[in-house]
Design a protein around this ligand. Structure first.
Ligand SMILES: C[S@@+](CC[C@H](N)C(=O)[O-])C[C@H]1O[C@@H](n2cnc3c(N)ncnc32)[C@H](O)[C@@H]1O
Length: 163
């Protein structure tokens, strides 16, 4: 198979991409937290909304709706997300940013910003890390999303399904 340069050490893994292709229909919308070259591949197959703080990683494809939200208090500026997120309807959320030494707990701390009524899956990337495992535990214990599977590779991810 020809190597696809959009899948890198930073992007979602090809295993996650393959899972999405098999399990999510093309008319569904993915809300991705953390843009990159993987977003280009997602947007070739699904409707995609992607949030990022860094202009360098947005607008890599015109098939995606990007939300540029600067970082504030270790997560995204929630004033921007409060304005932007209600414009969209989405079925899958992928938690894959922000990067850096700070955990991605902003997602669970601000879960109320997301309309989960049409969301069937929440996917947490990098769950080989303790901080991401904690996000998965929180979702299992406090929401109707429960772990469906964890893909154990060096780029581990966990898929939670709405019960
Ligand atoms: C894990 S990456 C997100 C990757 C994205 N979900 C994808 O599949 O391409 C987390 C953050 O790193 C930054 N980033 C994305 N691609 C990058 C790259 N190739 N090199 C350095 N930083 C990158 C972006 O600001 C992004 O929010």
């Amino acid at each position: 198979m020809k190597e696809n340069k959009n899948f890198t050490g930073y992007s979602i893994s090809t295993k996650l991409y393959d899972w999405l292709l098999k399990n999510i229909s093309k008319n569904q919308t993915i809300l991705e937290i953390g843009s990159g070259t993987g977003t280009i591949e997602l947007a070739n197959n699904f409707n995609v909304i992607s949030i990022d703080h860094n202009p360098e990683w947005i607008n890599l494809t015109d098939k995606c709706n990007y939300i540029l939200a600067k970082l504030k208090n270790n997560w995204y500026d929630i004033t921007i997300l409060k304005n932007e997120l209600p414009k969209y309807n989405y079925n899958v959320i992928i938690v894959d940013a922000p990067n850096g030494s700070k955990p991605r707990y902003g997602f669970i701390d601000n879960l109320h910003l997301f309309d989960l009524s049409n969301v069937n899956y929440i996917i947490v990337d990098d769950t080989n890390r303790e901080t991401e495992k904690k996000i998965v535990r929180y979702l299992n214990n406090n929401t109707e999303f429960k772990t469906l599977m964890t893909q154990k590779t060096n780029k581990e991810f966990t898929i939670l399904k709405k019960q």
